[in-house]
Design a protein around this ligand. Structure first.
Ligand SMILES: NC(=O)C1=CN([C@@H]2O[C@H](COP(=O)(O)OP(=O)(O)OC[C@H]3O[C@@H](n4cnc5c(N)ncnc54)[C@H](O)[C@@H]3O)[C@@H](O)[C@H]2O)[C@@H](O)CC1
Ligand SMILES: [K+]
Length: 507
């Protein structure tokens, strides 16, 4: 799914009007109808809960007025409050006129704001994608009033005061919505941790914007949901053999962190790899042999950490990092690997910390390497903290472009940057996955998929991130979020990959 900017959304609206020969008021009616359907499925019967609709002067306010009319038609009695405005939009004015006389419309007086009972439902239709500057004056006072009311707030399209795709100034108030109900495509603002307190739960309802326009519009950001991923994993041919799915090497583990290498190895095996060899310090030899008997184990001559790079010839892809430690000798192994490898690399955890501590190694990264830092590891990689979440995304884009790599920033809506700077936001996963070892599982899974020659590097990465999150969602259904441990994810990798596999066309 594409993520459009506010400007592109306006163009999509215009393209839809032209392609369908409809008026902007008709498109507004479609948005209001979709919103009301969503709301009516959740509202108690009329009369049980007071509904207040706050409307701004533009088309977001126009949506609010159309919603008020439709709720009235459904038997509800909303109160409508409008911000005083010198030049309301044409569709605002039209819908203001269409508002039945039984629906009270009052202008907001910043000095005498309406009292809002805590059990009220507030619909925030003050500002949407047309917000052009931080809120001040009556609008700012009203937003603060709504936030302090304790009422449940549903925002139409965007919480008012929030920009769709840019940071807001820290002193501008923003509506703290419990739900944000938007149209057609998600907005970048919904995906950033710094906006979570304003956006709440979000939903995108289809209003059938012109699909040809959306198809032909190039974007910097994508949202990766089930529709994007399902069927991306090709079905296995009846005649495939273990060579088809590649022989991979995993360099991992150090004394006290052998578990990380075991989790990555198990995930790699469940990810469908043909053969797996693990390079591990001698202390982990027996542990690996008993915990993951399907893997071949190459013990390092050193007891506690990896000090020697094995012959790389047999391998279709190589992973390095889980539990590796940051010894000097291990850093030399990484340096040699970066110099010698001519197959896809997956780098995680201590391999990234070593890169961060030795930035001279970064230019050695082979093209299309896949790196999987969490925000702290990413900060070490780029050497400076981000000002905010938007800045971090730009750092991520720049990093991927500069080193021609795929770089994953782990977290809610884990974000993949491709070498061309495009960002892909993953939609699966839950807070239960914020637990030790879940990154090791991701590394193993990505390594298996990266070795699968049938998948492009982009598809391997997108599929791996999506499947990892979905395995986490399945696991959490059984264990609860708090009870989830990384090993639980491994059990669900197989079934989830099966669900995402392409099915042959029906006869
Ligand atoms: N494709 C879609 O998503 C559709 C969007 N529609 C709605 O249209 C909205 C966009 O409408 P508009 O472009 O009219 O924009 P808005 O309604 O978001 O706001 C624009 C108005 O607010 C004023 N304004 C901007 N910043 C301000 C500030 N800080 N303080 C005070 N006034 C400020 C502008 O001067 C203008 O009058 C969307 O958010 C959505 O709700 C729907 O009506 C139809 C379909
Ligand atoms: K709004």
């Amino acid at each position: 799914m594409k993520i459009l900017t506010a400007a592109q959304t306006r163009q999509a609206d215009a393209a839809t009007l032209q392609a369908e020969g409809i008026t902007s008021a008709e498109l507004m009616e479609r948005a209001a109808t979709a919103f009301c359907e969503w709301l009516l499925n959740r509202l108690p019967l009329p009369g049980q809960r007071p509904i207040y609709i706050f409307c701004g002067p533009g088309n977001n306010g126009g949506d609010g007025l159309a919603v008020a009319r439709q709720l009235h038609e459904a038997g509800y009695q909303p109160q409508v409050w409008g911000l005083p405005a010198a030049r309301p939009s044409a569709d605002f004015t039209l819908n203001r006129r269409r508002l039945p006389t039984e629906v009270p419309y009052q202008e907001v007086d910043a000095k005498k704001l309406p009292p809002l009972p805590a059990h009220a439902l507030v619909i925030d239709a003050l500002f949407g994608t047309g917000l052009s500057r931080p809120l001040t004056g009556a609008a700012a006072t009203l937003v603060q009033h709504l936030n302090q009311s304790g009422a449940a707030i549903v925002a139409v399209d965007l919480p008012s005061g929030l920009f769709a795709d840019a940071p807001q100034s820290p002193d501008s108030p923003v509506v703290r919505a419990h739900h944000t109900v938007s149209f057609e495509l998600p907005k970048l603002a919904f995906l950033l941790p710094q906006n979570a307190e304003f956006v709440g739960e979000w939903e995108v309802l289809p209003i059938h914007l012109d699909s040809a326009f959306i198809h032909n519009t190039s974007v910097d950001n994508y949202f990766v949901d089930d529709n994007v991923i399902r069927g991306r994993l090709p079905a296995r041919s009846k005649f495939s053999h273990k060579g088809t799915f590649g022989h991979v090497l995993l360099l991992a583990g150090s004394r006290g962190k052998i578990g990380a290498s075991v989790l990555a190895a198990r995930a790699c095996l469940r990810g469908g790899v043909g053969l797996l060899t693990v390079r591990i310090p001698a202390v982990g030899y027996h542990i690996m042999q008993t915990s993951a008997p399907e893997a071949m184990t190459l013990a390092d001559p050193a007891t506690d950490f990896v000090t020697e790079l094995p012959d790389l010839k047999p391998y279709a892809a190589i992973g390095i990092g889980p539990g590796l430690g940051q010894e000097h000798a291990t850093c030399e192994v990484l340096r040699q690997l970066l110099r010698k490898a001519n197959v896809p690399l997956v780098l995680d955890a201590d391999a990234l910390n070593l890169l961060g501590a030795n930035p001279g190694l970064l230019p050695l990264l082979p093209r299309e390497s896949l790196l999987t830092p969490h925000p702290k590891e990413f900060e070490r990689l780029v050497g400076k903290p981000a000002r905010d979440d938007y800045h971090r995304l730009e750092q991520l884009r720049t990093f991927a472009r500069e080193y021609k790599c795929y770089c994953v920033l782990k977290g809610a809506y884990t974000t993949l940057a491709a070498p061309d700077g495009t960002l892909y936001f993953n939609s699966t996963g839950n807070p239960g996955m914020a637990t030790g070892g879940s990154g090791d599982v991701l590394t193993g899974l990505l390594l298996a998929l990266r070795a699968d020659k049938r998948l492009s590097p982009l598809d391997a990465a997108l599929l791996g991130l999506y499947a990892h999150g979905r395995a986490g969602d399945r696991a959490a259904q059984q264990t609860g979020e708090a009870g989830l441990v990384a090993g639980d994810l491994v059990r669900f990798i197989g079934p989830v990959l099966q669900e995402l596999t392409a099915t042959p066309p029906r006869l």
